[in-house]
Design a protein around this ligand. Structure first.
Ligand code: DX5
Ligand code: ZN
Length: 228
């Protein structure tokens, strides 16, 4: 498996031709697709539902798709997204009364399990549910919109989570979501992330391939320790 994964957030894609734009970003080197679901309740925005995910699968998008649920409640949507073709389903602890049950529900429906923390959400929940997780998704912007700036305190939080993962027996991906650019990706990797969710930095550029390549190059340098 690759050491670092680039997951492209299609929230910033061209919705008028979402299938084509999603194919294009995968052909340009993205490893997986990040699918942001917003309900105008948990976050002040609306985005896409399971029908859109299903349409992408019908359009021959075969890459892994991680569904980031920014909705409240979440439980009723989990089977729908699993049926529509999600590989990962990620939820926020504030979006459910019974987090442990919600995480079990994701697994029961055959998906990998993700838990997401907003910038000011404490990570204490992890101590009780680490054994159930395939991915921890740390938000480095407040959930709701693409194109925001990276919140610097996320780096300390990343280091803390990295320590917890490394001192556990579990193999859990550590993703960072929000404000990731070619300029900060190396520092984010050094703080412990191995999945980078990137929306506007790719889709607002006129050369996806070049941005993705520049990001891989920045990560290569981290790989070889040249930045220390
Ligand atoms: C924000 C979303 C992010 C966002 C990332 O609520 O969860 O996935 O789309 O986009 P950029 O890279 O533009 O911050
Ligand atoms: Zn997201």
């Amino acid at each position: 498996m690759k050491k670092f994964l680039l997951s492209s957030s299609i929230l910033s894609a061209d919705f008028a031709c979402l299938g084509e734009d999603t194919k294009k970003v995968l052909e340009s080197g993205a490893d997986m697709i990040h699918f942001d679901v917003m309900d105008n309740h948990f976050v002040p925005n609306l985005s896409m539902g399971p029908m859109v995910l299903k349409a992408l699968r019908n359009y021959n998008i075969h890459a892994d798709i991680d569904v980031h649920l920014m909705t409240k409640p979440v439980d009723n949507l989990i089977p729908q997204f699993a049926d529509a073709g999600a590989n990962y389903i990620t939820v926020h602890p504030e979006s459910t009364y019974h987090l442990d049950r919600t995480l079990d529900l994701i697994k029961f429906h055959g998906c990998k399990v993700g838990l997401s923390f907003s910038p000011a959400t404490p990570i204490g929940f992890l101590d009780y549910v680490m054994d159930k997780l395939d991915m921890i998704l740390l938000m480095s912007v407040n959930p709701g919109f693409g194109g925001q700036s990276f919140i610097p305190s996320a780096l300390d939080k990343l280091r803390e989570i990295r320590k917890k993962i490394d001192s556990s027996a579990y193999n859990i991906l550590l993703a960072v979501d929000g404000g990731v650019t070619v300029n900060n990706i190396a520092n984010i990797a050094l703080a412990g992330a191995n999945v980078f969710i990137i929306g506007s930095a790719i889709f607002n550029s006129d050369n996806y391939k070049k941005v993705i390549k520049n990001m891989h190059n920045a990560l290569e340098i981290v790989n070889y320790g040249a930045i220390h």
